[in-house]
Ligand binder design. Structure first.
Ligand code: BGC
Length: 671
């Protein structure tokens, strides 16, 4: 018997009381099971950056945003496979990740848990991640559906978003998770969307996710994220976590008597819990359990993700790499040792024996002379050094779930950067944070800037390898970093008037005053806004330097069914091998009203040997640049321009293609 028939059979043997009981969790992280008929509990744990469990040791991977900065489907797959294996070995059935809320404001305290500002990039990476997790016999949970793009009093914020922006931006990675990756679970978000709590919205859950996308898996609430029993019970959501509140069995019984919900609706929900359990049992019979606890090779996966995700933002006059033998380095700043491994909250994996930046420098280049502030005071070590490495940013205390953090760095850190720049021969700034920080005020004064993100247990080693040229950097920004906070599209529509950032997390309280976050920029978010208004960012979406240089040529764009096949050649003109992420953007026909200037529609990353070349081939499905118009997807007739390059502001090749109207349909997949 397959999982669905088994689940249906079990449902037929259950009383109403047992069914009602199954609709909520227990003991923090479990489904309840039905012991009388042998249905076991499912165990869940957080999540996308590795296993967070108070008792078990686990690999602490780089933050999800670092994965996004790799622009690598292979790294996403390896990361997902490693996470899946650790969960499976630990006896956990459901991974409460990955998170794919788009990066709307720099301040969001959970940006580090997500995959950047672009829906196509997020969708392209989340699909291999989820498939790889589930191929290990555990369920993935795509979260938090939807528009949880700030953590500022998240339980009272109402994201007011137009339909087109929902479809083209905020829904898209979720839709890909459902339709392309067959994700087994989805988690709703804490916030309201257009006036309804996400977990209580029939329109979001029944109409879109279950109806239009045909989701066959289980929709659970975020922890304590349902408040109003009647809409929660009728929205389409199947499971309330971590325990019954809105889904109180006695209250649902009354709702059945009053006709708010039928017994058949209860059956539908209970059936999903049974189906998930049966499906996981089936997968676990097919796929052997590695049974190895924390798996040593996974540090290697974490290291590779860090190597490819670290972004070299600026490298004036080849300040990097450092010459290994001849360098005295003053490493200063709060992130030198210990180096924060992760932002805080549900995603934080406590790293066993994490490597700090100071330790990594000594390990990678024992001959380098490393000076620390303790070796004579900040000014003295800075003045003695060939290179100052200023390691600044945030940590899991200040950048975390339940609150947001400033775009600007703390003033004492900016002061430290300036002191170093004034005194040291060369100043290299390393940013440890879950997203962009304000840099324009000091970026011109320093020689090099590197974004490390949150590096997990071993990513600091990748940083040292990049500093000394053992690894050629290849990460690219999954977000735009503007010169001024007000240049960001979302800037006028974020905190309510008078709202101030706070530091102590607010997890599930509704004590704050409800407020609207108007997504007035619509689809003109992130780089789309900067391109439309011709605002020069400090560092553009897709930007990231290398120690070599690449040239692009021979662009061809061929329609193939409803896809475009884009091919071109990338040559490595420098002396080091390197990995280059080439990006494909599509500009709509000039005549189209309300179109964003360009959209990321594909990308590919390949190793290009020094002096060699690689033929790139990128398939662009119609959905990558179709728009949501009057209830459906449409790619209008016209002349489209395909642009290819190294970032959204470094486009090297261009070709036009005439296309007829096409209406990509239904639940057939996004990618
Ligand atoms: C977070 C979720 C997490 C859940 C369980 C919530 O506070 O928002 O992302 O999966 O807790 O720990």
């Amino acid at each position: 018997m397959n999982a669905s028939s088994r689940a249906a059979d079990l449902l037929g043997r259950m009383s109403l009381e047992e069914k009602l009981d199954l609709l909520s969790g227990v003991d923090g992280m479990y489904t309840k099971g039905v012991p009388r008929i042998g249905v076991r509990r499912l165990r869940m744990a957080d999540a996308s950056m590795g296993l967070r469990d108070g008792e078990m040791e686990a690999t602490a991977f780089p933050a999800s945003i670092a994965l996004a900065a790799t622009w690598s489907r292979e790294r996403a797959q390896d990361y997902g496979a490693a996470v899946g294996e650790e969960f499976r070995s630990a006896g956990i059935d459901v991974v409460l990740g990955p998170g794919v809320n788009l990066y709307r404001v720099h301040e969001c305290g959970r940006n580090f848990e997500y995959l950047g500002e672009d829906p196509w990039l997020a969708a392209s990476l989340v699909v291999p991640y989820i498939r790889a997790v589930q191929a290990k016999g555990v369920a993935a949970t795509v979260k938090h559906f939807v528009c949880n793009n700030t953590d500022w009093h998240r339980c009272v914020s109402n994201s007011v978003v137009d339909e087109r922006a929902l479809r083209e931006l905020y829904f898209l990675p979720f839709e890909a998770a459902v339709c392309d990756a067959s994700v087994l679970c989805m988690m709703t978000s804490y916030n309201l969307v257009n006036g309804e709590y996400a977990g209580e919205s029939r329109r979001l859950l029944s109409d879109v996710v279950l109806g239009e996308w045909g989701f066959r898996g289980l929709i659970m609430s975020d922890w304590g994220g349902l408040w109003n029993p009647a809409p929660a019970v009728t929205s389409g959501l199947h499971l309330e976590m971590p325990e019954a509140k809105a889904f109180d069995p006695a209250a649902i019984r009354t709702m059945i008597e009053e006709g708010v919900i039928s017994q058949a609706d209860v059956d539908t929900r209970a059936l999903r819990v049974l189906e998930l359990t049966a499906r996981i049992e089936e997968l676990q019979l097919e796929i052997p359990n590695p049974n190895r606890g924390r798996i040593e090779e996974h540090a290697g996966v974490a290291l590779e993700v860090a190597r490819e995700g670290i972004v070299l933002l600026k490298n004036e006059a080849d300040a990097l790499p450092l010459e290994p033998g001849a360098t005295t380095i003053a490493a200063v700043g709060p992130a030198v040792d210990p180096t924060p491994t992760s932002g805080g909250g549900a995603a934080a994996v406590s790293a066993v024996d994490p490597v700090s930046i100071a330790e990594a420098i000594v390990a990678v280049c024992p001959q380098a002379c490393l000076l620390r502030e303790a070796d004579g005071g900040t000014d003295e070590v800075l003045s003695k050094a060939d290179a100052a490495l200023v390691c600044v940013g945030y940590d899991g205390e200040r950048e975390r779930e339940g609150c947001d953090r400033p775009f600007a760095l703390p003033p004492d850190q900016v002061e430290l950067i300036r002191r170093a720049a004034a005194v040291a021969g060369r100043t290299i700034v390393v940013i440890v944070a879950g997203g962009g920080v304000e840099m324009a005020g000091w970026a011109d004064e320093v020689d090099a800037i590197i974004h490390l993100w949150y590096p997990g247990e071993i990513g600091a080693r990748a940083l040292a390898e990049i500093l000394f040229g053992e690894v050629n950097p290849s990460g690219k920004l999954p977000v735009s970093i503007e010169r001024r906070a007000e240049d960001r599209a979302s800037a006028p529509n974020y905190l309510p008037p008078g709202g101030e950032l706070y530091e102590k997390p607010d997890y599930v309280s509704q004590d704050a005053i409800p407020y609207d976050v108007r997504y007035a920029e619509g689809v003109f978010a992130g780089y789309r806004h900067l391109d439309a208004l011709k605002i020069e960012p400090l560092f553009a979406f897709g930007h990231g330097l290398s120690y070599t240089s690449y040239s692009y040529r021979d662009l061809r764009v061929e329609p193939d069914g409803d896809r475009l096949v884009v091919t071109f050649t990338v040559t490595n003109d420098g002396e080091r091998d390197g990995k280059e992420t080439a990006q494909v953007y599509v500009r709509p026909p000039a005549a189209l009203a309300d179109s964003v200037p360009r959209r990321l529609a594909g990308f590919a990353k390949h190793l290009v040997p020094s002096g060699g070349l690689v033929e790139y081939r990128v398939e662009v499905p119609a959905r990558a640049f179709a728009s949501w118009e009057e209830g459906g997807w449409r790619r209008p007739t016209g002349r489209y321009t395909v642009e290819v390059g190294a970032s959204s502001r470094d486009l090297r090749l261009k070709a036009a293609v005439e296309l007829d109207e096409f209406r990509p349909g239904g639940a057939g997949g996004v990618l």
